[in-house]
Ligand binder design. Structure first.
Ligand code: 5AD
Ligand code: SF4
Length: 449
């Protein structure tokens, strides 16, 4: 590149994330990668030179959404930014996107985004760049060190991909086979995140509890070994992990919940359905009974643990009785929170061609009933927290003067009036009031913050 007498304004980028926390992590890494190239962030896609759409393919109409987003990037004067489509829609439908949307310059899958700067270079030279490789050499080694200014609660992808092949799910096809990132690389990245301002790290993976590796002494360890090592990182106050599969919930990981103080009392463990017949058709490889027994062991290790889950209503063949079994398991577990979705027919998955697909109106009605049950338990869990003395990690400013919002150990949102305190502070509070979605906290007077 030639040296200009007056340097041009740096190019700007905007990364728009859809979907799961793993996309948030990938979006951050792409942003940092572009930052390392001298580009600066633009908060508004309408003025950015480069827009990255980091897409999600897990449910309905993902691809249509991408096309309409691409259309909206056209500006009044007829110009448009350089458009990159990344994420799981890119992986699943990249060739089709490139064919149908000539304004897309870059299509890059979740395992190849470390090549983004190179690809943008190709675009500057007048080419289109498409990379849907799932290379064996990991992208992580090619990414720059974590940038400064991290959020107090940061994500760290430790595991990617899925070998479980639930019959409704696209993840095994879009994210590929299960891989675990090496232990030493993860400890180093966690240290870098803490140096850059993180106080809490959530370990991410589609099957995070399937993570395995070798520790610094060459011993085989599971996720609990990694968590124990991370607990020794100075300045890191809290550790979380998500999402777990019931079959990978080892004794060691359960024990860690009772033994590692920095590991937060929260477990997201999707069950998907309360009907064994449906679980079998979903290829979940656990039963409601094995799931409930597992949770009993988790609760024995950590009695106050907050449990979370995912549910799908309207899987092909789901009868009213199957659905009622799902309501029963919600009542049996008393989730602190949970996500629920209408079944979405994903092309290429086994369930998409199963008989007895459920009508949308039936799914709507079931989803409402399920969400009402989940909300009731969430509210009860919040009410039961009132009076607890605990800590919250402040993550953002609230709407009112001096109000800050943070998370309790049980991942509840709590707001507190705390003038003089800052985002990133961990404060001692009493939880004083509970609503369905959040709690009110009061600062303890003994504060030395
Ligand atoms: N339809 C509806 N929900 C789905 N999920 C995954 N695939 C589908 C689908 N085809 C849900 C599951 C999973 C969560 C991330 O998304 O509940 O746990
Ligand atoms: Fe999808 Fe099942 Fe793998 Fe989760 S475990 S990512 S639902 S295939």
């Amino acid at each position: 590149m030639g040296v200009a007498m007056t340097s041009p304004a740096p190019k700007t980028y905007h990364v728009k994330n859809f979907g799961c926390q793993m996309n948030v992590y990938d979006g951050d890494r792409m942003a940092e990668l572009l930052g390392a190239e001298g580009m600066v962030p633009a908060t508004d896609p309408a003025v950015a030179d480069v827009v990255v759409l980091n897409t999600c393919h897990i449910r309905e109409k993902a691809a249509e959404k991408v096309y309409s987003d691409i259309g909206r990037l056209k500006r009044d004067d007829g110009s448009r930014p350089v458009i990159a489509v990344a994420g799981c829609v890119a992986q699943a439908e990249g060739a089709e996107i490139a064919r149908r949307a000539p304004t897309v310059d870059v299509v890059v899958g979740p395992q190849a985004y470390h090549r983004l700067p190179e690809m943008l270079g190709a675009v500057a030279a007048g080419k289109r760049a498409i990379d849907l490789d799932m290379p064996l050499d990991s992208k992580f080694g090619a990414l720059p060190k974590r940038a400064g200014g991290q959020r107090p609660s940061a994500f760290l992808t430790v595991q990617e991909g899925c070998d479980k092949f639930c019959t409704y799910c696209v993840v095994p096809y879009t994210r590929g086979a299960e891989i675990s990132r090496p232990f030493a690389e993860l400890i180093a990245e966690a240290q870098a995140l803490v140096e850059a301002g993180a106080r809490e790290i959530t370990l991410l993976g589609q099957n995070v509890n399937a993570w395995n590796g070798e520790d610094e002494r060459g011993r085989s360890v599971g996720l609990d070994g990694l968590i124990r090592a991370l607990a020794a990182v100075d300045g890191l106050a809290r550790i979380r992990y998500t999402t777990s599969h019931p079959n990978d919930m080892t004794d060691g990981l359960i024990a860690a919940h009772g033994e590692v103080a920095k590991l937060m009392p929260f477990l997201h463990l999707p069950v998907q359905s309360g009907s064994d017949r449906i679980l079998k058709a979903m290829n979940r490889s656990h039963t409601t009974d094995s799931y409930l027994r597992l949770l009993e062991r988790v609760r024995a290790a950590r009695p106050d643990i907050a449990l979370s889950g995912d549910f799908i209503v309207g899987f092909p063949g789901e009868s009213e009785a199957d659905f009622e079994a799902t309501l029963n398991i919600v009542d049996a577990v008393r989730y602190a929170q949970a996500y629920s979705f209408k079944y979405s027919r994903r092309p290429g998955t086994p369930a998409a061609t199963m008989d007895d697909q459920i009508a949308d109106a039936v799914m709507d009605e079931r989803l409402q009933r399920l969400q009402a049950a989940i909300n009731r338990h969430q509210h009860d869990f919040n009410l039961a927290s009132v009076g607890r003395r605990t800590q919250i990690l402040l993550e953002r400013h609230g709407k009112r003067d001096g109000q800050l919002l943070g998370k309790t150990p049980w991942l509840q949102s709590a707001h507190v009036i705390a003038p003089g305190l800052a985002i990133g502070d961990m404060i001692d509070v009493t939880l004083t009031e509970a609503g369905p979605n959040s709690l009110t906290a009061e600062l303890l007077q003994t504060q030395d913050a």
